[in-house]
Design a protein around this ligand. Structure first.
Ligand code: URP
Ligand code: ZN
Ligand code: ZN
Ligand code: ZN
Length: 484
């Protein structure tokens, strides 16, 4: 078997930095040490050898708001690799009445073209016996995390009774509950009011989803998860109101994790006031971009550990698709891209500013989520036996982000014109060098599905506590046990 040695770099993991060569054989890391030899050598002089990024929040070729997101598993994973990300986790979205495993099959039919490894979260978009049973089937098939939409009323949204039932079921089976936390009832009311008042432009999208709708829903989801005894992961945390709820819950010992997006960390609400309708509409996503105060809160959360993971929610629509919402902001397909840019943007604005150390960068782009989703150390690690999903990161390499040079299939980039410093020299997906010094050498279909086991220890700890604190009847002497 041919071997590749990554030579002369500094290995950077979530907890250590040290000079070493890394040998890769058969798609896995076989040796880490000094003076290693191999059939092929990749020069890592001046570079950091890090676990490839894991983006736990993508929507590739997703049916949504009357259309499909434009990046599919081929272009999406190509963009990922170009930016140093070697695994994506996409959301399976069952239709109303559809069984979870039927929907998973539809996703498997699409993902065969992936250039890097991928896994799935399952979404719970309606509730009934079929879903109750489907949760167990999904877990057996390697999908152990379940997203619930508290927004998108009349489409994907589930109500509190459904949320509670689903959370209990997932908790019992050792799974992870996830939420898109926005109060969908309030968003629907505000949307109708804004439209009636003639606020039809993309800026009204932001007005329809103020931080309070996110803070309220995040807090509600945390409390419902606590009552149900299930660990909770809050996706796309965009504001202090939601972060505050997560921070408080974690301080109280609740098993809750928060995921900000690179977009919310680096872009703000002024984008929606751009006089160019297309510019503003291209940035419409839920939750919307916020102001500086909220951005500072998210950065502080990453620094202090109250927020755990940086994702993209990559859900790319072309300008033509965005124009479905001309004259009515509520019809603009929600979503932005970012797969290729997450790692360079976070490095530039995080490590490059001193807000994050390189080790913290690895933690929030890869290792933390690998642990939360229980695919560590197969993923998210530089260890002998781990998959050779690696990025050789050149901290001196620079570029200006522009749509003309991107892998994504859409016709713009929300980070257009941003200068980044810190880019991949090589990206390896299970040993295959997919990005070679700026050259794209991806292999369509190389990606494999990563089945994940439940993480029962966390749920068991929660159940133990629930049992200890469960309601119990008081046994009283001299009073009949039942009746009058
Ligand atoms: O606007 C967004 N976030 N679109 C993708 C779907 C979702 O809510 O995650
Ligand atoms: Zn969402
Ligand atoms: Zn999403
Ligand atoms: Zn290969």
């Amino acid at each position: 078997m041919a071997s590749t040695v990554i030579k002369g770099g500094t290995v950077v993991t979530a907890d250590l930095s040290y000079a070493a060569d890394v040998r890769v054989e058969g798609g896995v890391i076989t040796e880490i040490g000094q003076g290693l030899k191999g059939d092929k050598v990749l020069d890592a002089t001046g570079c950091y050898v890090m676990p490839g990024g894991i983006d736990p929040h993508t929507h590739l070729e997703m049916p949504f708001m009357g259309t499909y997101s434009s990046d599919d598993f081929e272009s999406g994973t190509r963009a990922a690799l170009a930016g140093g990300t070697t695994m994506v986790v996409d959301f399976v979205l069952p239709g109303q009445g559809q069984g979870l495993m039927d929907a998973a099959q539809m996703w498997h039919n699409k993902s065969g073209r992936a250039n890097c490894d991928y896994s799935y979260h399952m979404a719970v978009t309606w509730w009934g016996e079929k879903v109750f049973d489907g949760i167990a089937d999904a877990m057996k098939a390697g999908m152990t995390s379940f997203k619930h939409f508290m927004a998108y009323k009349g489409a994907l949204m589930v109500n509190d009774d459904e949320l509670f039932a689903s959370f209990r079921r997932i908790g019992e089976l050792g799974g992870l509950a996830m939420v898109h936390a926005e109060n969908g009832d309030v968003v629907a009311e505000l949307t109708a009011k804004l439209l009636a008042e003639g606020n039809t432009g993309p800026e009204a999208h932001a007005y329809s989803r103020p931080p309070q709708v996110e803070g309220e829903a995040t807090n509600r989801a945390i409390m419902i998860a606590d009552m149900a005894g299930v660990p909770l992961y809050v996706v796309h945390v965009s504001c202090e109101d939601a972060h505050e709820a997560i921070r408080r819950a974690r301080q109280q010992g609740k098993r809750v994790w928060g995921e900000p997006l690179i977009q919310h960390l680096t872009l703000d609400e002024s984008e929606y006031f751009n006089p160019d309708w297309d510019h503003a509409a291209r940035r419409v996503m839920s939750p919307p971009f916020r102001n500086r105060k909220h951005q500072d809160s998210l950065w502080a959360g990453l620094q202090s550990g109250s927020l755990s993971v940086v994702a993209t929610d990559h859900c790319a629509f072309t300008t033509e698709q965005k124009r479905f919402g001309l004259g009515d902001f509520s019809k603009i397909p929600n979503g932005t891209g970012g797969l290729e840019d997450r790692m360079p943007m976070l490095w530039t604005h995080g490590v490059g500013t001193g807000r994050l150390t390189p080790n913290e960068f690895v933690a929030v782009t890869s290792t933390n989520i690998a642990k939360i989703l229980n695919c560590y150390p197969k993923k998210g690690a530089v260890l002998v036996g781990a998959d050779a999903d690696l990025v050789v990161w050149d901290p001196e390499k620079e570029k200006t982000i522009t749509a003309g040079a991107q892998q994504s299939l859409i016709d713009y980039n929300v980070f257009e014109g941003q200068k980044v410093k810190g880019l991949p020299r090589f990206t390896l997906t299970r040993g295959h060098v997919a990005i070679h010094d700026g050259e794209v050498r991806t292999q369509e279909g190389h990606g494999q599905f990563v089945a994940r086991e439940p993480r029962p220890a966390v749920n068991r700890a929660l159940s133990q506590w629930k049992d200890l604190t469960a309601p119990r009847p008081v046994v009283r002497s001299g009073v009949p046990a039942t009746g009058v």
